[in-house]
Ligand binder design. Sequence first.
Ligand code: NAD
Ligand code: AKB
Length: 315
Amino acid sequence: MKKIMVTGALGQIGTELVIKLRSLYGADYVLATDIRKNQSVAATSGPFEILDVTDGKRMLELAKKYEVDTIMHLAAMLSAVAEAKPLVAWNVNMGGLVNALETSRELGLQMFTPSSIGAFGPSTPKDHTPQVTIERPTTMYGVNKVSGELLCDYYFTKFGVDTRGVRFPGLISYMAPPGGGTTDYAVEIYYDAVEKGRYTSFIDRGTYMDMMYMPDALQAIVQLMEADPARLKHRNAYNITAMSIEPEDLAKEIRLHLPNFKLDYAVDPVRQSIAESWPNSIDDTAAREDWGFKPSYDLEKMTTDMLGKIEQKLE
Ligand code: NAD
Ligand code: AKB
């Protein structure tokens, strides 16, 4: 039986991951932690503790107190906020990760932490970006993600910590808002389509990035953590994707449901330049071969579900 501590549990991923893990392993077996508390299901449906991940002593104490065998370390600052406060981002993203790795090493825990398409940069091949390729990002977030991948590899080879990770693309979901990333436009567009019938995109037309619907991201985490370790050739971190899209693709799909939907642009130079430094599309063959990754939502299925769920939410 697994006993899991989730950090950053009230963010876009954690809010839904905690619910999924509690349904799989039991509410008492999943400790949700975050630097803040709210009234979401993740915070109220099982054990919850306030944890600032830069406080390694408290992280270790909580892991011991709840006798966890796994850490899912999600607490981080995303690309756009990290670019606005690079030093704070370094401290939270790298300091938090080192504490999670040290806690895992000391207690012999399994550990998951996500990397991102942000680990790639302008010199990376742009299309069908391979699993193993150039990682020379030009953002603080990307620097943190590459360093994180290497550090997780180091803790595996040096100390035998069972570290595992994926490079998530932009994640699209309706339960919790995204936390300040470059791909957030792809969530906002659905809300504004339902609420206002129009959206002004901060990412320019024709800018392709990989995306995935949240249920596929959650399934990938569970599958990777349960995978036979002997089959994991890459560990930190596997490319995974469900679709490569640009704003006009989303608008076209939304118009099949809301024919009067209008999309215009007020491009944000910071987030646009981050987006342009990332791949158009990544190759996730290794994840499919090594642990059976297979997303079940494409753009059409995701759009139908997103619009329906947002309409229900706003009723
Ligand atoms: P998010 O910004 O929505 O949530 C992050 C959570 O961490 C928030 O609840 C915040 O309160 C918490 N947090 C911030 N500083 C903290 C601290 N010092 N101590 C404890 N908690 C703190 O992020 P997310 O989208 O859920 O992302 C989780 C992880 O997945 C991150 O590592 C992120 O880089 C990665 N990722 C996310 C996406 C995506 O599209 N959402 C894509 C690729 C990778
Ligand atoms: C961001 O845009 O920062 C995240 C990511 C792709 O890592 N959504």
